[in-house]
Ligand binder design. Structure first.
Ligand code: HEC
Length: 609
């Protein structure tokens, strides 16, 4: 502690600035708690989730990551102390992971069953036509192995399956390649920031090889060799201080399309003195072989300008926001790429927030845009105690967080099925500028409501799960964590794609009795012939019959699991990612401690016996 005291000397005596010197709890209370203790009301990971991180992840966030602004106010010894204190681990401690595959692995081949990328194909249908699992076999689905992600309490990365291997990223900054049968790992690639995008595996022609593409929470895209995990290229797609990638990049015709979100700037608005907001969403196209940027288009054409000052004297900038949160959908027939956007973070409102956008694949030009909610200038400050930075108290927060399903009906007509946080499932016409064919309300909608992370379409029906997460006493007050309401939210709908008519509705399964539970079905949905899978925030993964919504299988993931890699692991809330199915196996990531959910860190692999 001697050197620490010396290092602290210049500032520890200026008690006005650092009354909390040397007391890490006081450091946390004064610099972090205002956002990280706003459990349930803010995207900031809760203290329980921070506790599961490694001290390196915390330190990195404060030094070069999205917490740089907060970190810059603290001297290095204070940052280090906080990182070690919050995690209860020493910096520089390496915990070796067991479970590496023995012997030299067979060469990776792009053959056999697959679920590749977010939506299992360019049309992002989230439908597996050849799962190797019959609905009648679901009753005998067995857990084959579990893999624990070290240093995290929120797993939002969706696993991909190709060539008999599973590829999965984690907010712990690592991307893994596992053997699908045994769960042993072939490689473990360490990225610069957390990875929550579903990896995409591609065999490029010629020398370029078989590459795995993904992107991180600091807007870097990566290509690594599928066999060895060796880095082939890595590029910063957007250098904005608050840019990140949450939606999976999609590959088409030698290009990689990368959606960019400005989400982390939204979180800064919890600080009333923050000059909100300048960051805008974007779409970028890269040369898949080299990572070279071919085009990048902002979701908002207008540059942000100074608009005035807020009640705390901070500058106000706009327009901003219109993040792209989810994986784009390719329409080769029209030569366009579809992506949904989120709300504006500050005024003025733009026409491209909460909108479906069609980008030309070759130039990135926006060919059409269709706004699906109005008046949505929203940021996180709007739902907390200090609303100084809130542009509009009425803003509904109706982002489009789901990837659109591009469906060809038996009639030959095409439909773009788009779920929105408003609780509306939209049927848009991709062949007529996104004109509305039908719309149907399945939920109430709201901040964590409506349709959150993704629908599935099997050509006849779209399947939309309803989040509508709610809290027992939803009004936020400082120091009062929001408790999820065990009686509100959830449900699954089947909607006829040709007409928008409801076919059936499976009601939520209440979860009262389990601490912190919510029946909300926020996670993305996955369909196979005859069955549809939908995970709940209470930890249950269920399969429903596509014919009538009857529950065919129910597995509770919210418990501890022995793991193949020796990492202590448990499941929790199912959120964000959906399950993936291929080759007679089902892969589920469980645990999502954000927004007051049940933390966890496990990948579960099921198979039919
Ligand atoms: C003004 C609000 C605010 C303050 C103050 C704040 N944070 Fe955060 N923090 C956030 C939000 C919001 C996120 C989630 C950002 C996102 O992913 O959009 C976050 C994310 C993080 C992450 C995860 C980073 C990652 O790369 O995923 C860490 C670690 C973190 N904060 C640590 C801290 C620490 C330690 C402090 C105190 C020194 C602090 N934060 C202060 C709002 C805040």
């Amino acid at each position: 502690m001697r050197s620490l005291a010396l290092l602290l000397a210049p500032w520890m005596f200026s008690t006005a600035a650092f009354p909390q010197a040397l007391d890490p709890e006081a450091l946390y209370k004064a610099n972090c708690a205002m956002c990280h203790d706003v459990t349930g009301a803010s995207r900031a990971p809760s203290r329980a989730v921070l506790q599961r991180a490694s001290p390196e992840i915390i330190l990195d966030a404060l030094e070069t990551g999205i917490m740089k602004e907060q970190g810059s106010k603290l001297p290095l010894p204070a940052r280090r102390m906080l990182a070690e204190y919050l995690t209860g681990k020493k910096l520089g401690t390496q915990v070796p992971m067991a479970g590496r595959c023995e012997g030299s692995p067979p060469a990776f081949r792009m053959e056999g069953p697959s679920w590749n990328g977010w939506g299992a194909g360019e049309a992002n249908l989230r439908f597996q036509p050849d799962p190797g699992i019959q609905p009648a076999q679901l009753g005998s689905l067995k857990l084959k192995w579990a893999f624990g992600f070290p240093n995290t309490g929120a797993v939002s990365g969706q696993p991909s399956f190709a060539g008999g291997r599973v590829f999965v990223g984690s907010v712990n900054r690592h991307v893994y390649s596992l053997d699908a049968r045994s769960g042993c790992y072939y490689w473990d690639y360490e990225a610069t920031a957390g990875v929550r995008t579903a990896p995409t595996v591609v065999a490029l022609p010629g020398e370029a090889g078989r590459l795995v593409f993904f992107a991180d929470l600091r807007a870097r895209a990566y290509a690594v060799d599928a066999d060895s995990g060796r880095l082939v290229w890595k590029v910063l797609v957007d250098d904005g201080p608050y840019s990140q990638v949450t939606g999976a990049p999609i590959y088409y015709a030698a290009r990689l399309f990368v959606p960019i979100s400005a989400g982390p700037e939204d979180g800064q608005t919890l600080n009333p003195k923050y000059a909100c907001c300048k960051a805008r969403g974007a779409m970028a196209a890269l040369d898949a072989a080299t990572g070279k940027l071919l085009w990048k288009t902002s979701t908002i054409a207008e540059e942000p300008k100074l608009r005035g000052k807020n009640g705390a004297g901070a500058e106000q900038w706009g327009p901003s926001g219109a993040s792209i949160w989810s994986s784009p959908t390719v329409d080769a027939e029209r030569g366009v790429l579809y992506a949904g956007t989120g709300d504006n973070h500050s005024a003025p409102l733009t026409g491209t927030s909460d909108a479906m956008l069609a980008f030309a694949l070759d130039t990135g030009k926006i060919v059409w845009s269709r706004q699906l909610a109005g008046g949505d200038t929203f940021n996180m400050s709007c739902v907390t105690a200090d609303t100084t930075n809130c542009p509009s108290a009425e803003a509904p927060d109706f982002d489009i967080g789901s990837s659109p399903n591009l469906v060809k009906l038996a009639s030959g007509k095409r439909v773009l099925a788009v779920g929105q946080k408003s609780g509306i499932l939209w049927g848009l016409d991709p062949d007529h500028g996104g004109a509305v064919l039908w719309k149907v309300a399945v939920g109430k909608g709201g901040k964590l409501g409506g349709i959150q992370w993704g629908t599935a379409s099997d050509g006849t029906n779209a399947y939309a799960a309803v989040s509508d997460m709610d809290f027992v006493d939803p009004v936020y007050r400082p120091g009062k964590p929001l408790i999820r309401d065990p009686e509100k939210g959830g449900g699954l709908f089947a909607i006829q794609l040709a007409t928008g008519e409801k076919v059936w509705n499976a009601p939520a399964q209440p979860c009262a009795g389990r601490k912190g539970c919510s029946p909300a079905q926020s996670a993305a949905v996955t369909a196979i012939p005859g069955a549809v899978f939908s995970g709940s925030a209470d930890g249950h993964m269920r399969a429903y019959a596509t014919s009538n919504g009857k529950i065919l299988w129910d597995f509770d993931t919210a418990r501890e699991f022995p793991t193949v890699n020796g990492v202590k692991a448990n499941g929790g809330s199912l959120d964000a990612a959906g399950p993936t199915v291929a080759g007679g196996m089902l892969f589920v990531t469980s645990g999502y401690g954000n927004w007051g959910g049940l933390p966890g860190n496990v990948l579960l692999a099921f198979g039919v016996e």
